[in-house]
Design a protein around this ligand. Structure first.
Ligand SMILES: Nc1ncnc2c1ncn2[C@@H]1O[C@H](COP(=O)(O)OP(=O)(O)OP(=O)(O)O)[C@@H](O)[C@H]1O
Length: 395
């Protein structure tokens, strides 16, 4: 009998995942991980991990499976929390959920599970795993969940073949309502529990308060850039090489920053991210202000009115070579090659038609239409239909 260790979070999705695996005849063990030190960077008075671990235990009990907890708060602090601070300090916006999957759930947690004799590690993610044979070797595929509303493949965009080989996603063929129905029929305590917003990190703390714990406030100005200023020339120029064209589409905004006017003050550019609307506290504008760029060195936030402000829009992005990741290693592009794909630059964004260009210095992703708030530090993931083929950190 194959042994599966399922990450039991105390939520409904992993509860049902554990049930389904048992039905399929696996030997199932539930494992809860504690991520947070009570005394470290927790903000709110609540202590949700205790409630969650208790719910996970009750579910395991009801399903009649063994249950254990592991404390991974040290590793979580080192690999996720510290990295978060570091990235914000540099003016980038990291994605803790993607990292948590790559570094914690499918690395530290997975190694513990394998040491406990597991053949597989399962989670309650809404995605599916496929398998192909190529040159007599198995090639694993990461496929989106059938529930379009809940598809979580994006959060797993940094998994490797080795990690996928050992992963199972039992609820990927189901919709959320179907999962809830199963949990209700089984009378699980988690049946009506509200979703954790799919965030393993921000769900537990409020981001601005979290950042203020480590990043010192530093007063600076908010500058508004008028929307009438051209960001790109209206007519596309003639390019002498593909390189020139790609650099043109990914370059920084070309407005003269001194043309903007100071409209307010902020407490630190490193607290802000591109596309952000909340927290600017500047009134009296016709349309709401959005952050179009931050300069953490000069401590200036550049803003513009309206979500279609040209300063927010770009057609392409760049990923440096060491941050390009192919789940489908067999499809990796060589220098000079291109690939037609569909891509997204944030969770739940509908897939966008795009072309990948692998050049000497890195990978360019050129979209068919302008994209809003392409943000450094976030992940771009590219797909072929419902298969997530690769991803990278936006430079
Ligand atoms: N503290 C934890 N301990 C063990 N596994 C976890 C934990 N947190 C998350 N997981 C695993 O990762 C999966 C995705 O986590 P996420 O935080 O996105 O929750 P979710 O989609 O709301 O799922 P759930 O309803 O199971 O909490 C979970 O279904 C679970 O298998």
């Amino acid at each position: 009998m194959k042994r599966v260790i399922v990450g039991l979070s105390g939520g409904v999705d992993s509860s049902v995942a554990a049930y389904l695996l048992k039905e399929q005849g696996y030997e199932v063990i539930g494992l809860f991980m504690k991520n947070w030190h009570d005394d470290s960077v927790t903000i709110s008075d609540e202590c949700p991990w205790l409630d969650d671990s208790n719910d996970a235990m009750l579910v395991a009990d009801k399903l009649g499976i063994p249950f254990q907890t592991v404390d991974l708060s040290e590793q979580y602090k080192e690999r996720i929390v510290d990295y978060m601070f570091d990235e914000y300090q540099k003016g980038r916006t990291p994605n803790p959920d993607v990292l948590c999957n790559r570094e914690i759930k499918f690395d530290v947690f997975m190694k513990i599970a394998l040491d406990l004799g597991a053949d597989y590690v399962a989670t309650g993610h809404y995605c599916r795993k496929g398998e192909l044979q190529k040159d007599d070797h198995p090639v694993y595929q990461l496929l989106s969940g059938v529930d379009n509303n809940k598809d979580q493949s994006y959060f797993l965009c940094q998994l490797s073949q080795a990690q996928l080989a050992k992963a199972l996603f039992p609820i990927g063929e189901l919709t959320k309502p179907e999962v809830r129905k199963i949990a209700t029929e089984l009378d699980l305590v988690t049946a009506d529990k509200k979703d954790s917003q799919g965030l393993c990190f921000i769900g537990k703390v409020r981001l601005p308060e979290f950042l203020q714990q480590k990043l010192q406030p530093k007063e600076g100005v908010i500058v508004e850039i008028p929307a009438t200023q051209p960001m790109y020339s209206q007519a596309e120029p003639q390019f002498s090489s593909e390189n020139d064209a790609l650099n043109y589409w990914t370059r920084k905004m070309d407005y003269n920053r001194t043309d903007g006017k100071v409209v307010g003050k902020h407490q630190g550019a490193h607290y802000f991210t591109k596309g952000q609307r909340k927290g600017l506290a500047v009134g009296g504008t016709v349309e709401p202000l959005f952050v179009i760029d931050t300069d953490v060195e000069e401590n200036v936030i550049y803003t513009g009115q309206g979500k279609d402000h040209p300063g927010l829009l770009k057609k392409a992005l760049f990923v440096s070579n060491n941050e390009v990741h192919w789940i489908r290693e067999d499809l990796k592009l060589n220098v000079g090659e291109t690939m037609t794909t569909q891509a997204r630059i944030r969770y739940r964004q509908p897939l966008q038609q795009a072309t990948l260009h692998q050049l000497e210095n890195g990978l360019y992703v050129v979209f068919e239409t302008l994209q809003s708030a392409i943000t450094e530090g976030q992940f771009v993931a590219w797909y072929h239909g419902d298969e997530l083929v690769g991803s990278g950190v936006i430079s």
